[in-house]
Design a protein around this ligand. Structure first.
Ligand code: NAD
Ligand code: ZN
Length: 342
């Protein structure tokens, strides 16, 4: 078990990797607790939840909705939850985002924690205090920065996670390694088979490393004014791909990472053989590296989506493996590269 402290100005937040759902009670310290989860997670793990009222939402993105937020707040009011109440979200990124948002706004804020149950939530969504819901098709457009007291990452719960969701989370694990951990990158190359087979030691190792990278970056820049932007690696192109293709997030990010690697080679900061290693690693984890969508449609979506800063777009590029730099790329140059590869 590994306890990672997220170093924040105003409060403490701890990510506990390798802890077990059964021990959640220990972290509640006798407080009146309310659980938010989704139907899938409740079906598999509900019996192991501590004795608390449970609100069950539909699985999936549609639950990140203001109507659902209002329903949960009504439920909390009906049950007499006051400012000393504690809320625990048990689920993937959707449940964590929703729980964090409800806890941030209910009675102007109550304490909360997570048991993160998907790989994406354990290494990414549950860490960092960003939460939010969607509005009129715009993702995460309403939200706050509010930190959970704890994030329990019970890696044994990943066993029941569907394969495609597991692989989805691997895209973020690979992203974190590319941002600042060459050792983790080399480890992923060497142990892709046992990681894909969900061997417990491997899961604990990669979740621990990956969570530590995210927690470190968040601790340096809680409100996303600088270093935290590094976490957008693969996401500028990736979000545009996601929008025009409806590919899952992890696959879109994989295509975004491949795009960023190729662009970094063109910029002379990543070696050709390093790019090949990155593409091979993504493929080893069953993630796509060849964009099947029309690049000009993706490019148009990207430009539409991004604030233009003097005719350029800020892009996270790979400065070797395990290091990144953020650089403005001229829109015309980007277009040429996206459409013609030069
Ligand atoms: P999700 O929460 O929808 O979970 C994916 C699926 O796996 C769901 O069907 C869920 O019911 C199921 N599931 C979860 N854990 C399971 C388990 N242990 N066993 C079996 N099934 C399980 O999606 P996700 O990929 O975890 O998260 C995506 C969300 O996270 C998006 O809404 C995204 O915006 C958000 N996100 C937030 C941040 C942030 O910083 N706040 C960062 C990244 C992503
Ligand atoms: Zn992502």
């Amino acid at each position: 078990m590994e306890k990672i402290q997220v170093k924040l100005k105003n409060r403490q937040s701890a990510v506990i990797v390798g802890e077990c759902l059964n021990n959640l009670d220990k972290y509640l310290n006798g407080r009146k607790n309310f659980i938010i989860t989704d139907k899938n997670v409740n079906e598999i793990y509900g019996e192991r939840f501590p004795d608390s009222p449970v609100y069950i939402v539909e699985p999936g993105e549609k639950s990140k909705d203001l109507g659902v937020v209002a329903d949960i707040c009504r439920w909390l009011l009906d049950l007499g939850a006051d400012r000393h109440a504690f809320i625990t979200g048990i689920g993937g990124g959707v449940v964590c985002d929703l729980t964090g948002f409800v806890a941030a706004v209910y009675l102007r804020g109550v304490n909360f924690g997570f048991v993160a149950t998907s790989l994406l939530a354990q290494v990414d969504a549950a860490i960092g205090g960003k939460n939010g819901v969607n509005l009129d098709g715009y993702k995460n457009i309403i939200g706050t920065f509010t930190q959970p007291e704890f994030v329990i990452c019970d890696v044994d719960m990943l066993i029941s996670l569907p394969e495609k969701e597991y692989v989805n989370g691997m895209a973020e694990v690979i992203k974190h390694a590319l941002i600042n951990d060459y050792g983790q990158f080399a480890h992923l190359e060497e142990f892709s088979i046992p990681i894909l087979a969900k061997e417990r030691n491997e899961m604990e190792f990669i979740v621990g490393h990956s969570a530590r990278i995210k927690a470190g970056i968040v601790g340096n820049d809680e409100l996303e004014q600088g270093e935290r932007r590094k976490l957008n690696l693969g996401h500028t192109w990736g979000h545009a791909v996601e929008k025009v293709t409806s590919l899952p997030h992890g696959e879109s990010v994989s295509l975004g990472l491949a795009f960023s690697a190729r662009l970094s080679v063109k910029k002379g900061i990543l070696k050709e053989e390093e790019k090949e290693r990155i593409l091979k690693l993504l493929a080893d984890f069953d993630l796509p590296v060849i964009n099947e969508a029309d690049p000009s449609t993706v490019f148009d979506a990207l430009v539409k989506d991004k604030k233009r800063e003097g005719g350029s777009i800020h892009f996270v590029l790979m400065n070797g493996i395990g290091n990144v730099v953020i650089e403005p790329i001229d829109i015309e140059e980007l277009k040429n590269f996206a459409l013609n590869g030069n």
